[in-house]
Design a protein around this ligand. Structure first.
Ligand code: UD1
Length: 417
């Protein structure tokens, strides 16, 4: 079992290059199923969830090969349209393969992805959109047997802008006859990245980044070379790390336009943040101030994935900050661990109130989920003494080398096996 050891109290100084975005790479890997020929993904992060996607592709008969940070995938030899229950359970976002397999094979057999650390993870919107495109779905003992001999494009209206449903339906629509319009689509930058990837493979997708995405289906799709966008949540994490510990850092490759709500909150708290075409710098010299209420919302609102790390950065601020979590039910599981370090946080339903304290102290804490685990690292940087962080497997789902990155930024962080 690996642990992360972080010794707090040291101001940060340094630079790291931001890894490729997990939430972009995962749907792109599913999308490779639509392309005949080799896809070369540059700057692909080596993450547990990426590994799980690669194993799903291999189980379908596809080839995938790493060379440094480049992942080459060739799905020409795909010879199966089913994903085993074990592989489905390994990664909660595995449902994203459904649309792509259906578009390519006309049928798909997968198990229900089920709930996750953040609470129930329904895929009803994915399924009703796929049904509207002409898929027959039989649900049986936790399995979904889907057949779609002929997908047909039409207007699909999402009742809420689900990221995963938008992506899944974009992939299915690439294999549908005619035009599909997804209304009330999610507007996240990762959806734009998926559109750019699909178009680089020969698809005809427009409108990503707005609430209406149009897909003209059945275009011949081929391989391509592609570089995924930088990870905006990893960027937010390291900005919060600098805010928490103090100091000055530079995040190479990061794009501020993807996380304007996060940088706005950090500026309000007292950080100086600048960005240009090469990256984002962050300078924090004084004790932070509490900020106006932070309400998570679909993009361009404040990202739910950055809620925990911002909360961790504000634990020693002056005053109280209110957080309101509006996307996932169970997203305050890191709070009890932060309290072990001396934080003052009260949770009532979807609201958490953080009152800044003078000091935090190192403790033995446990990761409860991916971003909650990252939040423990952020808090540990500001704590007196050493923090031992257990169950780091959660962090490995989304951060390629958090200890190495924090060391490059001047922190005393290491990993023990
Ligand atoms: C994606 C991100 C995740 C991020 C989330 C919200 C990936 C791989 N993961 O997850 O990191 O936290 O967006 O920004 O990109 N919902 C339904 N029915 C559905 C689908 C979703 O009720 O069929 C609900 C969910 O329970 C949740 C909300 O919609 O409350 C948002 O979920 P969604 O946008 O789909 O998130 P994911 O795509 O799962």
């Amino acid at each position: 079992m690996s642990q992360l050891l972080v010794r707090g109290g040291r101001a940060l100084a340094g630079e790291v290059t931001i890894q490729g975005a997990k939430n972009s790479v995962l749907p792109i890997l599913a999308a490779t199923i639509l392309a005949r020929g080799q896809v070369v993904l540059r700057g692909c992060p080596a993450l547990r969830d990426v590994d799980a996607s690669v194993r799903i592709l291999q189980s379908l008969g596809c080839e995938a090969r790493w060379e440094a940070d480049t992942l080459a995938v060739d799905t020409t030899a795909l010879n199966s349209c089913g994903i085993s229950d074990i592989l489905m359970r390994e990664m909660r976002s595995s449902a994203i393969f459904l649309g792509a397999i259906l578009a390519r094979c006309g049928r798909a057999d997968i198990s229900y992805p089920g709930g996750c650390e953040l609470g129930p993870r329904p895929i009803d919107l994915h399924l009703s959109g796929l049904r509207d495109l002409g898929t027959e779905i039989r649900e049986e003992g936790g399995f979904l047997h889907c057949t779609a001999p002929r997908l047909t494009g039409r207007e699909l209206v999402l009742s809420l802008p689900s990221v995963g449903a938008t992506e899944n339906l974009m992939l299915a629509a690439c294999g549908a006859e005619g035009v599909t319009v997804i209304s009330n689509a999610a507007r996240e930058p990762e959806i734009v990245d998926l559109q750019e990837f699909l178009n680089a493979c020969g698809a005809d997708v427009a409108g990503a980044g707005t609430s209406s995405v149009t897909i003209r289906g059945r275009r011949p799709m081929h391989g391509c070379e592609y570089r995924c966008m930088p990870d905006r949540i990893v960027t937010a994490t390291y900005l919060c790390a600098a805010a928490s510990a103090g100091g000055e850092i530079f995040l190479r490759g990061a794009r501020e336009c993807h996380l304007a709500t996060v940088t706005a909150a950090l500026r309000q708290a007292g950080c100086t943040i600048d960005s240009d075409g090469t990256g984002i710098s962050c300078l924090c010299r004084q004790r932070l101030r509490a900020v106006r209420p932070v309400r998570t919302a679909p993009y361009p609102g404040f990202p739910t994935d950055a809620q925990a790390v911002l909360m961790a950065a504000l634990l020693r601020s002056r005053g109280a900050t209110v957080f309101e979590e509006n996307i996932f039910e169970n997203r305050y599981r890191h709070v009890d661990e932060l309290i072990r370090m001396g934080a003052e946080i009260r949770v009532a339903g979807r609201v958490a109130v953080v009152t800044g304290v003078e000091t935090l102290s190192g403790a033995a804490v446990r990761c409860t989920d991916l971003r909650g685990g990252a939040a423990l690292c952020v808090a540990a940087l500001a704590a007196e003494g050493e923090t031992r962080i257990f169950e780091t497997g959660h962090i490995d789902r989304g951060y390629q080398d958090i200890a190495g990155d924090l060391r490059a930024l001047g922190a005393a962080a290491s990993r023990t096996e």
